[in-house]
Design a protein around this ligand. Structure first.
Ligand code: ARG
Length: 578
C-alpha cells in the first residue's frame, strides 16, 4: 500500500472513532509547504460542517484517536481544522534502506492486476504521420510503460485509419501512375504526403478521375481482388513509414499492435443487429441512427449518433462500437484507455453511451477518454511548416537531434563525435517527449525548441544532466554500486526533504496509472532533482565523515536511480556523460 493510502486509511479510522460517519474520506495529500509537515488531511472540515460541530475540536478528537504507528512523529491541528502530519525520520530511513535493496525502488505492483487496452498513436494511413499524432503516441507510450511496470496486462491497440473513401482515391491514383508512367510504385510512395496531395489535386480537378475514385471505393469494399491488392500495398508502405517513426522515437509500438479500423468491417452488421434488438435503432432521413436523451443540443433537439448512412456505408462511430465490444469481450479488458485528441470528445462520449445502452461492453469495463489539446507553434496557431504545410514527424525528430547535437558539441566538444551523436539522440528525442509529457495534457501546448532543449527548468536535458551529475557524485565516493550498504541518517532538514521525495516515487507512479496524467511523474522528478540540489548545497557529501558520508552517498545513489527509472517510465533515456 502506498504511504498516502496508509495515512488515508489510518486517518479514516480515527475520523470514525471521533464520530464521523462511516466512509468519510480523510482527504490526505502531500503537504504543499514544509511548514505544513509532509502530509495534510483535509477531511475534518466537511464532516464538522455536516455534524454542526466545531472543526478544531473535532480535529483534536481525531488526533487523540489517531494511531499512525511508527509512520509519523507529529500530528498538528492547523488553521480551521487541517491535520499536518510529519513523518518519522526512522521510518523514512528504514524505507530508504529497503528501496536500496529493491530493483523496483519501492514501487509496489498493482494489488489486483487488470487487463488494460490502450488505444493510441492511431494515425490515418492515407497520409504520412505528422505532428498531430505525436501527442497520442508519446502520452500513450508513457502510460503503457507505467501500467506494465505495475504488473497490468497491457494490450496496445494502434487503431489506424485504413478504410474509407480516401483509399479509393489513392489506389485509383496508384493505378493511373502505373498506367501513365509504368514506374515502380514504391518510389512514388516514398513521400506519402506528396502522393496524397497529388491524388487529391487530381481528384478536385478531374471529374472523371473523381468518379473513378468513387467506383474504386465500391470495388474495394466489395472485395475486388485488384483493388484489395493495391490497397494492401499502400497500407503496407504507409505502415512502414510509421514503424520508422516509432523506432526513431523509441516507443514500444510494433506492427503486431496494429489493429486497424478495417479489422472490424465484418463485425459492423452485427453491431446494427444488436442495436436493433435493443430497440435503439431509428431510421432518420434514410440513415440508421441512435437517439440518446443525453445528447440534446441547446435547441432541445437530440443530436443522433449515425451508425449507417443512407447509402449503406458504416461510419467511424460504428467501427468504434465494434472495437469497444471486441476489446471488452474478446480481449477481456477491465479498462479501455482512449488516448485521443480532445476534439473527438463528443464522438467518444457518444460511442461510450451507445455501447453502454446496448450492453456491448459489460458494466464493469471502464471506458476512459484521456484527451489532449492541440500542439501549437510559438505564434499560438496550430503547428505548421514555414510554408503553412503540416510538419512531418520524421523531419521534426531529425531537427530535434540536429539541435541537440549542436548543443552537446558546444557544451562538451571533447567527447568523440560518435558519442556526441548518441547523446544528441537521447537528449533530442527526450526533449520532444518530455516537453509534451510535462504539461497537463488537457491544454493546448506551445512547441518551443528553445524551451524544451534548455538545461534549466522542468526539461529533459535538466533531468538527464542531473542524473549524470548525481551519479558522478556517488561514484567518486567509492561505494559498491551493486551492493550499497550502510545506514541512512536523516538529521538535516534538506536530507529529510530529499528522503520524503524519494519515498513518494511509489505513490506517484500509482497515481499516473490511475489518472493517466504523466505530467505528475514529470513534476515529481523535477521536484526530486531540485530537492537533491538543495541537499547538495547544504550537506557536504564527499567531505562528510564516516556514516554521514555513507548515508549521503546512498541518498545520492537512490536519487540517481529514481530519476533514471522515472525517465525510463516516460520513455526517456539517460546517458553516462554529456
Ligand atoms: N485514426 C483516428 C484519427 O486519425 C484516431 C483514432 C482514435 N481512436 C479511436 N478508437 N477512435 O483521427
Amino acid at each position: 500500500m502506498t504511504l498516502k493510502q496508509q495515512l488515508e486509511d489510518r486517518v479514516a479510522v480515527a475520523l470514525r472513532r471521533a464520530g464521523a460517519p462511516d466512509g468519510t474520506p480523510a482527504q490526505v495529500g502531500q503537504a504543499t509547504r514544509p511548514e505544513f509537515g509532509d502530509y495534510q488531511s483535509n477531511g475534518v472540515m466537511a464532516v464538522a460542517r455536516n455534524l454542526k460541530t466545531n472543526p478544531r475540536q473535532l480535529a483534536e478528537r481525531v488526533v487523540a484517536e489517531l494511531d499512525l504507528g511508527d509512520l509519523a512523529d507529529r500530528v498538528e491541528v492547523a488553521g480551521p481544522g487541517f491535520l499536518n502530519i510529519t513523518l518519522s525520520p526512522s521510518w523514512l530511513a528504514a524505507r530508504l534502506v529497503a528501496m536500496l535493496r529493491d530493483d523496483r525502488l519501492g514501487v509496489e505492483p498493482a494489488p489486483s492486476p487488470q487487463t488494460v487496452v490502450v488505444d493510441y498513436s492511431h494515425p490515418n494511413l492515407a497520409k504520412e504521420m505528422h505532428v498531430g499524432h505525436l501527442r497520442s503516441t508519446i502520452i500513450g507510450d508513457a502510460l503503457v510503460r507505467v501500467l506494465e511496470f505495475l504488473g497490468h496486462r497491457v494490450v496496445r491497440h494502434n487503431h489506424v485509419g485504413d478504410w474509407g473513401t480516401q483509399f479509393g482515391m489513392l489506389i485509383a491514383y496508384m493505378d493511373r501512375l502505373a498506367a501513365e508512367q509504368g514506374h515502380d510504385l514504391s518510389t512514388a510512395l516514398v513521400d506519402l504526403e506528396a502522393f496524397y496531395r497529388a491524388a487529391k489535386e487530381c481528384f478536385d480537378r478531374d471529374a472523371a478521375f473523381a468518379d473513378l475514385a468513387r467506383e474504386y471505393v465500391v470495388r474495394l469494399q466489395g472485395g475486388d481482388a485488384h483493388c484489395r491488392a493495391a490497397w494492401e500495398q499502400f497500407i503496407g508502405e504507409s505502415l512502414r513509414h510509421c514503424e520508422a517513426v516509432y523506432r526513431q522515437l523509441g516507443v514500444t509500438l510494433t506492427g503486431a499492435d496494429v489493429r486497424p479500423e478495417s479489422a472490424y468491417n465484418d463485425a459492423l452488421p452485427g453491431i446494427l443487429d444488436q442495436l436493433a434488438a435493443k430497440g435503439l435503432l431509428v431510421e432518420s432521413q434514410g440513415a440508421q441512427c441512435v437517439f440518446l436523451d443525453e445528447f440534446r443540443g441547446k435547441d432541445g433537439e437530440i443530436t443522433p449518433v449515425i451508425v449507417r448512412k443512407s447509402d449503406g456505408g458504416y461510419l467511424y462511430a460504428t467501427t468504434d462500437l465494434a472495437a469497444a465490444q471486441y476489446r471488452a469481450n474478446d480481449v477481456g479488458a477491465d479498462r479501455i484507455l482512449y488516448i485521443v485528441d480532445a476534439r473527438q470528445s463528443l464522438h467518444l462520449r457518444q460511442v461510450f453511451s451507445v455501447a453502454r445502452a446496448a450492453d456491448l461492453v459489460p458494466p464493469a469495463c471502464s471506458l476512459e477518454h484521456h484527451a489532449f489539446g492541440t500542439m501549437l507553434g510559438e505564434d499560438g496557431r496550430p503547428f505548421k511548416t514555414r510554408q503553412g504545410g503540416t510538419v512531418k514527424l520524421m523531419d521534426l525528430l531529425r531537427e530535434a537531434e540536429e539541435r541537440a547535437f549542436a548543443l552537446v558539441s558546444s557544451k562538451s566538444p571533447e567527447l568523440p563525435e560518435g558519442e556526441r551523436r548518441a547523446v544528441a539522440h537521447t537528449i533530442g528525442i527526450g526533449s520532444v517527449k518530455y516537453a509534451d509529457l510535462s504539461l497537463n495534457r488537457t491544454t493546448d501546448y506551445v512547441f518551443s525548441w528553445d524551451k524544451m532543449l534548455s538545461f534549466e527548468g522542468n526539461t529533459a536535458p535538466y533531468l538527464q544532466y542531473s542524473c549524470v551529475r548525481v551519479k558522478s557524485i556517488f561514484r567518486r565516493g567509492g561505494l559498491d554500486e551493486a551492493d550499497p550498504r550502510g545506514d541512512i541518517i536523516l538529521a538535516e532538514p534538506a536530507e529529510r526533504q530529499l528522503a520524503v521525495k524519494l519515498v513518494q516515487f511509489n505513490e506517484t507512479v500509482h497515481s499516473v496509472a490511475g489518472e493517466c496524467y504523466p505530467n505528475h511523474l514529470c513534476t515529481y522528478l523535477y521536484e526530486l532533482a531540485e530537492a537533491f540540489m538543495r541537499f547538495y548545497e547544504t550537506c557536504p557529501v564527499l567531505k562528510a565523515e564516516a556514516e554521514v558520508r555513507t548515508s549521503r552517498l546512498l541518498l545520492s545513489l537512490l536519487t540517481a536511480r529514481t530519476i533514471e527509472r522515472g525517465l525510463g517510465l516516460l520513455g526517456i533515456g539517460v546517458v553516462e556523460r554529456m
